[in-house]
Design a protein around this ligand. Structure first.
Ligand code: FMN
Length: 163
């Protein structure tokens, strides 16, 4: 896992990801988290919100739930709801710190692929929920918030914003 401090438009095909090119040109380009997608516990799929997972160490980003943008190797760009934390609902404080990205409107297998995650906006802090049902209800709200953020900021060009 690496953090790229100075992303450039040239890393991405602007024709395939025009919304992201616009975002960078408009002064975006905050540190992007780049890593290879790892296998999770597959629970996300069962919960109805599959995630692409990156292992990240403690120095990278802040724990929380974020509205974000995810770029695939193809240059395709997706709005996403991203969780960074230890999944305390399931693992208490002993959980491994993970970045988990739920890509809006994406279905497919990203294991072993490189992705780049740009965190836009902190939606909320991590919480420990009493049960999986309560967590799922909150994730649905987080996803709606992430979609609203993407729409409000006009990054819907090549970015899928449907569920
Ligand atoms: C948008 C979003 C928000 C999340 N918020 C929390 C949270 O507040 N607390 C928590 O314990 N887990 C949170 N999670 C993580 C879920 O517990 C995790 O995705 C689920 O356990 C599946 O993990 P797995 O893919 O490793 O199986 C969140 C996940 C997503 C996608």
């Amino acid at each position: 896992m690496t953090v790229e401090a100075s992303p450039t438009i040239g890393q991405f095909d602007a024709d395939r990801a025009p919304a992201f090119a616009r975002y960078l040109a408009a002064g975006g380009g905050r540190p992007g988290i780049v890593g290879i997608v790892e296998h999770g516990d597959e629970r996300g799929r069962e919960l109805g919100f599959p995630t692409a997972n990156l292992a990240i160490d403690d120095t990278v980003a802040r724990d929380g739930v974020w509205a974000a943008n995810v770029i695939l190797e193809s240059g395709q760009s997706y709005a996403a709801a991203v969780s960074i934390g230890r999944r305390t609902t399931f693992y208490g404080r002993q959980g491994v710190r993970l970045l988990e990205a739920h890509l809006l409107g994406f279905s497919g297998d990203l294991y072993g692929r490189q992705i780049r995650v740009d965190l836009w906006h902190l939606i909320r802090l991590q919480r420990r929920f009493t049960d999986a049902g309560a967590l799922v209800e909150q994730i649905a709200l987080d996803v709606a918030d992430a979609r609203a953020w993407a729409v409000k900021h006009g990054v819907t060009g090549s970015i899928a914003t449907s569920a």
